[in-house]
Design a protein around this ligand. Structure first.
Ligand code: ZN
Length: 372
């Protein structure tokens, strides 16, 4: 997880490879009547997607057991995995976008997992880890007191540790404790952090200690409880590391957990309820991109995105987040790769991800201003 993607997760830093073969339908372009120039699509607009291998298919099945409403789609060119939580009415939906091949989904962790657990179990871990992110966010959004909070108040390392704990317990419950998943994940995280300097996922040490807080694994609720405990434990452990001897190093995990809970309670922002949260909240994932509306007809908007580092980022963003993309001829006869955003719900989703869109009329669309 990198700093500009605070709400999403992936098992490693993401490489954006926009090597897409773009098929232009030249005939349509050439035969267009010049007089009635208007923006139009010259390729089908679709979400970039690939077919999952058998391991990822098995893992998707497993993810649906853990969360029957989970929505899963497969990257065309990205590697890794991400999860997001989308609010629909009062419900929170878990949306996963992952690599189609297990060899890509867990890179570079799989280098250390291989030989410890088989590819199928690796795939189960990749997806149950992502579902774990969703379950943690869900627990914050649907607090027992009816209010809502954003789990990204937790440091990313705590979120990652929580997702690992949930993944481990879910696999142990389904495959039995004979599967060495716990040991494999902890050791692999420690090795990957050291070899690849992957500090964002250096969860091994925290997970190893925090699992002592999780004596029960009877059902999904126990695994969720363990994820939450692991998150608070990690916050507590980070506090003791950063601020000296608040607690002795060999303190009971329960004390570290309580310290973490106390820390989070001091900083968390509470919303009245989930509707209030949804109306107000926007993340920062997409805030570093410049979005521009190039055309707007009725409910359909065509949008392009640029980043300072990558230039045109439209296709890679669509691939990453699952927006429809294709080729467009604009009314001033430019040919562009654009994202197509249909309707208020999809626009709201883009804005929730932190996008600020310069509209055709010169106004900026942003969360909280555009739709309400
Ligand atoms: Zn993660």
């Amino acid at each position: 997880m990198s700093s500009f993607r605070p709400l999403l997760s992936s098992p490693h830093s993401m490489m954006v490879a926009a090597t897409t073969i773009q098929i232009l339908i030249a005939f349509q372009v050439l035969s267009a009547p010049a007089a009635s120039a208007q923006t139009r699509e010259v390729t089908p607009f679709a979400v970039p997607s690939a077919s999952p291998d058998r391991y990822m298919r098995a893992a998707a099945e497993f993810a649906r057991q853990l969360d029957p409403t989970v929505e899963i789609s497969y990257w065309g060119s990205e590697t890794g995995a991400l999860s997001r939580s989308r609010i629909e009415g009062g419900a929170v939906k878990c949306v996963l976008r992952v690599s189609a091949k297990i060899s890509d989904a867990l890179t570079p962790l799989n280098r250390f997992l291989s030989g410890r657990i088989d590819p199928r179990t690796q795939a189960l871990f990749a997806l149950s880890h992502e579902v774990g992110h969703c379950k943690l966010r869900n627990a914050f959004l649907k607090r027992v007191d009816g209010r809502a909070a954003d789990a990204s108040v937790l440091p990313s390392l705590a979120q990652e540790a929580a997702a690992d704990a949930y993944g481990i317990l879910s696999i142990e419950r389904n495959l039995g404790e004979g599967v060495p998943i716990r040991h494999a994940v902890i050791v692999s995280r420690i090795l990957a952090a050291a070899v690849f300097r992957d500090t964002a996922h250096a969860t091994g040490r925290y997970v190893s200690e925090a699992l002592r807080l999780c004596p029960y694994n009877r059902n999904d609720a126990d695994a969720v409880q363990c994820a939450i405990a692991t998150a608070y434990f990690t916050v507590g452990r980070i506090s003791t590391d950063e601020q000296g001897a608040l607690l002795a190093l060999d303190s009971a995990p329960e004390l570290v957990y309580e310290l973490g809970m106390h820390r989070v309670a001091q900083t968390v922002k509470l919303y009245d309820d989930i509707a209030h949260f949804n109306a107000q909240f926007s993340g920062r994932d997409l805030s570093r991109f410049a979005f521009k509306e190039v055309s707007h007809h009725g409910d359909t908007r065509y949008i392009i995105a640029e980043s300072r580092a990558q230039g045109d980022a439209t296709h890679s963003l669509a691939d990453y987040y699952g927006f429809r993309t294709g080729e467009l001829i604009t009314d001033d006869r430019r040919k562009l790769t654009a994202m197509r955003i249909d309707g208020d719900a999809e626009l709201d989703w883009l804005l929730t991800l932190g996008a600020v869109i310069l509209a055709e009329d010169g106004e900026s669309l942003r969360k909280g201003a555009a739709l309400r």
